[in-house]
Design a protein around this ligand. Structure first.
Ligand code: TXA
Ligand code: MG
Length: 324
């Protein structure tokens, strides 16, 4: 049974307890502005190994290393001018930048899957404060069983991993609701490795160049964690639905009424007004609720592929991908 500490009422106790568990080499569930992370000391191999064990990850994927600020990040990795400009513009925030590791950086190879690069992000709010107090970078994938829907509340984490971890720090529902955007500067090109909580257009505006996107979602060799089937609910997922069959769950977007909605098992709307930020924040929670309704299929209506819609559609395509 995990202890759950509310960071809004008990901030200092949350930091002290979090640092204590991390020092023992154990992971904690840590709220970030994107999703809840399962965080452990990135410099401690046993601690990082426990992340994989707790999530039941089948293979070692490179994990994002979370830092308190850019100065801390520069102790571990080398920043080219474009990466530094993006870090200065968007950190703290939902952007992960893949940069070359410094030799003898201290970040363990288990956290980077042996790559000579590291994905770094500076989370906004409480998580950054906890990392500063702890003093070491934290490797943190989303706090959910491997392949399943990411957690955007302490209750999600508790239901999935509560009997496997010691401590859940509770900051309420995650503000952004989808994972960070991942980019990498390579051979003078700025590459989008994963769409996420920071819209691509904002990155392009600051960088002054277009992002190079992978040809297909499954071709992201540089992002080995980006397996096609991911974020999978128990139910099948049907995308771009224009109607809903008897007994299906419906997750709609925008004000339009959908034929068959009156006989759906459950009807949820990511954002009645068509606000993509609201939709991203609701996405994983609504997927879990639709799944819990017992429907065999969840039908989603179309979501525009602009702004945060790019990340939402990426997650939905993975949720709908054939399972192994
Ligand atoms: O919002 C987020 O990014 C959340 C919260 C907890 O911060 N974290 C997260 O971490 O989504 P994770 O471990 O699930 O994402 C790791 C992904 C890998 O699957 C891979 O795609 C990419 O980040 N990645 C990490 N290090 C990389 C590297 N050196 N080169 C390329 N891709 C890397
Ligand atoms: Mg994940």
């Amino acid at each position: 049974m995990a202890e759950i500490i509310d960071i809004t009422t008990d901030r200092q106790r949350a930091i002290d307890a979090g640092c204590g568990v991390l020092r023992e080499g154990l992971p904690i569930a840590l709220p970030t502005e994107t999703v809840y992370g399962l965080a452990a000391d990135a410099t401690n191999p046993a601690a990082v190994a426990r992340i994989y064990e707790t999530k039941g990850r089948p293979q070692f994927n490179p994990l994002i290393c979370h830092m308190a600020d850019l100065a801390m990040a520069e102790d571990y990795a080398t920043f080219d001018p474009v990466s530094r400009a993006l870090a200065e513009a968007f950190w703290p925030g939902p952007l992960t930048i893949v940069v070359p590791l410094k030799p003898e950086s201290g970040i363990h190879a288990l956290a980077t899957a042996g790559l000579d690069t590291v994905g770094i992000r500076v989370p906004l709010g409480f998580a950054g404060q906890l990392i500063r107090a702890y003093g070491h970078p934290l490797a943190a994938p989303s706090a959910n069983t491997s392949g399943k829907i990411s957690a955007t509340s302490a209750a999600h984490v508790d239901a999935d991993l509560g009997d496997k971890i010691r401590l859940i720090l509770d900051a309420g529902a995650s503000d952004v609701g989808v994972e960070s955007t991942i980019i990498k500067v390579e051979n003078g090109k700025l590459r989008l490795l994963r769409p996420g909580g920071l819209p691509a257009a904002e990155i392009e505006r600051v960088a002054g160049t277009r992002l190079v996107r992978p040809k297909t979602a499954s071709a992201t060799i540089e992002a080995p964690g980006m397996m096609a089937s991911h974020y999978a609910p128990g139910a099948a997922v049907r995308l771009e639905a224009t109607d809903v069959a008897d007994g299906e769950a419906l997750i709609a977007f925008g004000p339009a009424t959908i034929a068959g909605a009156n006989t759906a098992r459950i009807v949820l709307n990511l954002s009645e007004t068509g606000d993509l930020a609201e939709a991203a924040a609701n996405l994983f929670d609504y997927m879990k609720r639709a799944d819990a309704s017992g429907a065999a299929t969840i039908a989603f209506t179309a979501i525009p592929d602009e702004g945060l819609g790019e990340a939402i559609n990426d997650r939905l395509r993975r949720a709908a991908a054939p399972r192994e």
